[in-house]
Design a protein around this ligand. Structure first.
Ligand code: HEM
Length: 535
């Protein structure tokens, strides 16, 4: 019985082994045939190549190619060398640099669903670090960004911006009065004038003439954020470092982050509370916060109050430095390009009365349609110093193919506005400050408006109209009242101010310190400025 069973068992095992082997052969044969057929007849879908760019090294990628200074200039050079769409890879992160208006429009604008997010940088965004998720300027594309952006544009669109023309004009008159008093500190006066407009628009608060606490707070926050954006923080690569406590050696980034969190909280809370108190005491000054609070009802979304706070706080953070960088450089432009200054003053004099006429008056924003050369000068200033050289980076949220090139999901997209606005094919003599390029009667065809300075698509700058009317009235007032010339060195020679126009390393195109000689154009003008300022 036992041997019959074991024989049967052996027979079963033999049959089993034979059939297993047969099955193995069959599977192997099938796989071999399948591979042959697939190889022969079905070619694997080759992934499209990346756009051209400098050759990467193994592991490091293009880390060593990345510029640390004059970043936008290097990107523009790559644009000439490799084409208007450039690909680099840094430690596995793909970066796509767009150097033409066409490429930026076709990708960032026309494919807005894919290219409207922002990269999330640990130092800036992480709640243990600077925790800047609150501002929609830096939020990823999604419902929270949409809500806050809608709130901004609902209360600060081109129509509403006109409500603030008086504030912008008063601020420009205060600016020329301060320059008259103390021409050397023109940068301080500019910062105050811009801060006055933005904080006025956001909260309706009147600022103190000097050292206003809100401006000081807002400036501190802008400085901290600027510092946090510098590409020097190791925590952005080694994210576990965010757990290192502040007291440990080498944890300076934690101190910066803690300072930013505290300053942000103060900036969001203090002016909002002051505005609520002013409204309660009967103030009628229009402002974003006032208009938005008026719409709160009992059944309003509970997030709305927080959104109002965050959007108001975003205005100073987003607008001040970019507006300042533009108008600050203009002081050097006026001195370096005297022909531009003269032509602008001739136009202003025709409308306002010349500097020696007792009937001289200061400009207003309603003069704008009658001052086409100043309007062209405004456009040329935006082309010349587009606030930030390489725009505010975007993040692609889906794999994409453009002109046959692969753009992987998660790529950082940079629209190099400086390079786009210095493209000789679009703006001949791009390195000469020439407002007439925007005058229809003088350039045929007229050159395109410098829209690239304000970004592209769904996240394009919503403060553009406000910024443009502030810049217009400031430029008109400054040129109507003053002559600008290069300063003289110890030997009496004029200082060459062209170095001011070299883009630096920061995100904002901030000019290095420079001085310029500023003189009032006449005694009559001095009197008119004093009267305008003192009411
Ligand atoms: C000349 C001055 C200014 C320049 C050159 C400028 C430029 C820019 C640029 C390039 C962007 C990024 C757009 C993109 O991602 O494509 C931006 C975004 C933004 N700007 Fe401006 N801006 C200026 C003034 C202002 C002002 C005065 C305000 C507010 C009062 C403002 C509010 C904003 C906001 C809130 C965003 C973020 C939009 C978003 O992410 O959805 N900007 N700006």
């Amino acid at each position: 019985m036992r041997s019959a069973t074991s024989e049967a068992w052996r027979a079963f095992q033999e049959v089993n082994a034979a059939s297993t082997a047969t099955l193995g052969y069959l599977v192997a044969l099938f796989c071999g045939v399948a591979v042959y057929v697939l190889r022969k007849y079905v070619r694997p879908a080759a992934r499209p190549p990346f756009p051209p760019g400098p050759k990467p090294l193994p592991l490091l990628g293009n880390l060593l190619d990345m510029p640390l200074t004059s970043i936008c200039v290097k990107y523009a050079e790559w644009g000439k060398q490799y084409g208007d769409v450039v690909h680099v890879e840094v430690l596995g992160q793909h970066v796509i640099i767009l150097n033409s208006y066409k490429a930026a429009t076709e990708l960032v604008h026309q494919r807005g669903t894919i290219y409207s997010s922002r990269p999330q940088v640990p130092m800036i965004h992480d709640s243990r670090l600077m925790d800047m998720q609150w501002t929609f300027v830096l939020k990823p594309y999604g419902p929270a960004w949409k809500r806050q952006r809608r709130l901004f544009t609902q209360h600060l669109n081109p129509t509403h911006t006109a409500t603030f023309h008086d504030l912008q004009t008063e601020s420009a008159y205060e600016l020329v009065n301060s320059v008259l008093d103390d021409p050397e500190s023109f940068e301080v006066h500019l910062r105050h004038a811009i801060g006055r407009v933005i904080l006025g628009v956001a909260y309706g608060l009147r600022l103190q003439p000097t050292e206003d606490p809100y401006v000081t707070l807002a400036e501190k926050m802008t400085r901290l954020v600027g510092e946090g954006m510098e590409p020097k923080f190791l925590v952005n690569v080694l994210s576990f470092m965010k757990y290192i406590p502040e007291w440990m050696p080498g944890a300076g980034f934690q101190k910066l982050a803690a300072d930013a969190r505290k300053t942000t909280q103060e900036l969001l809370d203090t002016p909002l509370e002051a505005t609520k108190r002013e409204i309660a005491s009967g103030s009628t000054a229009p402002s974003f916060v006032r208009n938005a609070l008026n719409e709160i009802t009992d059944d309003s979304d509970p997030e709305l109050l927080q959104d109002i706070k965050d959007v108001a706080g975003s205005m100073y953070a987003a607008g001040t430095d970019l507006t300042l960088s533009m108008i600050h450089q203009l002081f050097a432009v006026f001195a370096v390009f005297p022909n531009v200054q003269r032509r602008a003053q001739e136009e202003l004099d025709r409308i306002l009365g010349g500097p020696d006429f007792p009937s001289f008056r200061l400009p207003t924003i309603s003069d704008r349609p009658n001052l086409p050369y100043i309007e062209a000068l405004l456009k040329e200033s935006i082309r010349w110093t587009p606030g930030t050289g390489f725009g505010t980076p975007r993040l692609s949220t889906e794999e994409d193919v453009y002109r046959g090139w692969r753009i992987p999901k998660g790529s950082i997209i940079i629209s190099n506005s400086w390079g786009i606005l210095r493209d000789e094919n679009v703006y001949p003599d791009a390195y000469v400050f020439k407002p007439e390029r925007f005058l229809p009667n003088e350039t045929n065809p007229v050159q395109p408006d410098p829209l690239a300075a304000f970004g592209f698509g769904r996240r394009t700058c919503p403060g553009k109209h406000l910024a443009e009317s502030s810049l217009f009235i400031e430029i008109a007032c400054l040129l109507a009242c003053f002559d600008f010339s290069p300063p003289k060195d110890e030997d009496g020679n004029e200082v060459d101010l062209n170095y001011v126009f070299q883009p630096g390393s920061g995100f904002v195109l901030r000019a290095p310190p420079f001085s310029v000689t500023i003189r009032p154009r006449s005694k009559i003008i001095e009197r008119v400025v004093r009267e305008a300022f003192n009411g």
